[in-house]
Design a protein around this ligand. Sequence first.
Ligand code: FES
Length: 286
Amino acid sequence: MAAGKISYDTLVKEDQVHSRLYYDEAIFQEEMDRIFSHNWVYVGHETEVVEPGEFVGRWIGLQPVILVRDRQRRLHLLLNRCRHRSNTVCQLERGNAAGGFRCAYHGWTYAASGELIGMPYPGGYAPGDFDKAEHGLLEVALEGYQGFLFGHLNPDGRSLLEHIGAASTLLDQVINLAPEGEVMLRAGMLKHKYRANWKMTIRQSCTSRPSISIRAKASTGIRFTDPTAPRAPATLAMAMVRSISPPRTARPAFSFRVSKAMSPRPRKTPMSRVWFGASASNGPQK
Ligand code: FES
């Protein structure tokens, strides 16, 4: 079914959602467009990048971005695509780019602000034909609230505050719990890596993690993998223990990368006949 023609009314009931929401390619593409490409999306907290040049790599949907402070400590959100041939300029999750980002493909170099500062054989570009000022890394719109930073790939004039609306009071409540009236996110990281539709992350976060994780594994066959050893399938218990234990060196953040991969295990019941929800235990329904 083409994107834009999906009848969500037939897929979402009061107490159930159809499994198509978790595997249909057209739905996935529409989510990437409507949710991630045309909305403010959380990318990090300003205390994650404090020093000049400090950066973290993040994702907005399927687009890699870099949250970075330039030498004047100004914040930038840069599209992580080289302006030469679109290679990702930076493959690190965090680091310091005070000396700039250098694309590994052909060596174009960018300042932490995103400005193109050099390339090999500059004399090969005809004077007047090439303006470095027009070939910096593309800036993604960035706005913050209480230190929480959001990026927008296609800003449409709607401010971040308009987007989060009443949810701002929830952020206020979190901040007000801090005795100093502010939070710093530099103490550790909780990270999930699993082969499942991206919405499963939210599904897990909305209820107690162990119980929903066990249910998810039992009912959908999702295989969790240890994020520190991607090739080694880990049991759910191992994944849980490792995700709860704070990493020794990681700094704090909450992040996830969108994945559309589904369970590799064969199913007896076709996914097209599976519903999730309160009545799902009654068996597959049409
Ligand atoms: S793709 Fe980056 S320098 Fe060529």
